[in-house]
Design a protein around this ligand. Structure first.
Ligand SMILES: Nc1nc2c([nH]c(=O)n2[C@H]2C[C@H](O)[C@@H](COP(=O)(O)OP(=O)(O)OP(=O)(O)O)O2)c(=O)[nH]1
Length: 159
């Protein structure tokens, strides 16, 4: 392929839809508290980076269906309602992804890390690192909602 053609193909790279679950704890007054991050499993791109659990939509699936399936497959839990929250397109070298972030307040079952990933309930600023590039805007949205000021995550340069 000629270089100009390659560039135009890259420019219109189709985004892959990804359903992402933002599990949030709430207190008796409905105030939001800790949220769940999981680390990307060995063998995937960005292995070891922290993100919100989720995965790609399969053919014919809605965001809610994909989210329920992925969270069951990866974490062993059954989720209640998924509340559409934010959407974001990220252009990685490996793929262009359209992330559909949904807040989830209800789930049942014991957490099981079925892909040998790790999980961590976090507050701002997030203590686990490194965080995936696509996670950083989510922390900014949380900061805006919660009136949190300052760095939302650690970079490793703090010590
Ligand atoms: N799960 C998840 N993926 C995210 C987040 N932020 C972000 O940029 N991504 C990107 C990373 C990946 O390119 C893509 C998700 O794809 P994936 O490879 O984890 O999905 P999957 O579990 O369906 O993977 P596979 O079966 O194809 O291996 O979205 C996030 O917070 N959670």
């Amino acid at each position: 392929m000629k270089q100009e053609q390659e560039e135009s193909v890259a420019a219109v790279r189709k985004a892959v839809d990804v359903a992402v679950g933002v599990l949030v704890e709430r207190d008796a007054q409905g105030r939001e508290g800790r949220f769940l991050l999981t680390s990307r499993p060995v063998g995937k791109v960005y292995a070891g980076y922290w993100e919100f659990p989720g995965g790609k939509l399969e053919a014919g699936e809605s965001v809610e269906q994909a989210l329920a399936r992925e969270l069951h497959e990866e974490l062993g839990i059954t989720i209640g309602s998924a509340h559409a929250w934010q959407e974001l397109t990220m252009d990685y070298e490996h793929a262009r992804v359209r992330l559909h972030f949904c807040k989830v307040y209800e789930w049942s079952g014991e957490f099981e890390m079925r892909e040998q990933q790790a999980m961590a309930w976090q507050e701002l600023p997030v203590q686990v690192q490194p965080v995936l590039p696509g996670t950083i805007p989510v922390l900014d949205w949380f900061a805006a909602e919660r009136g949190f000021v300052g760095a939302t995550y650690l970079t490793g340069a703090e010590a």
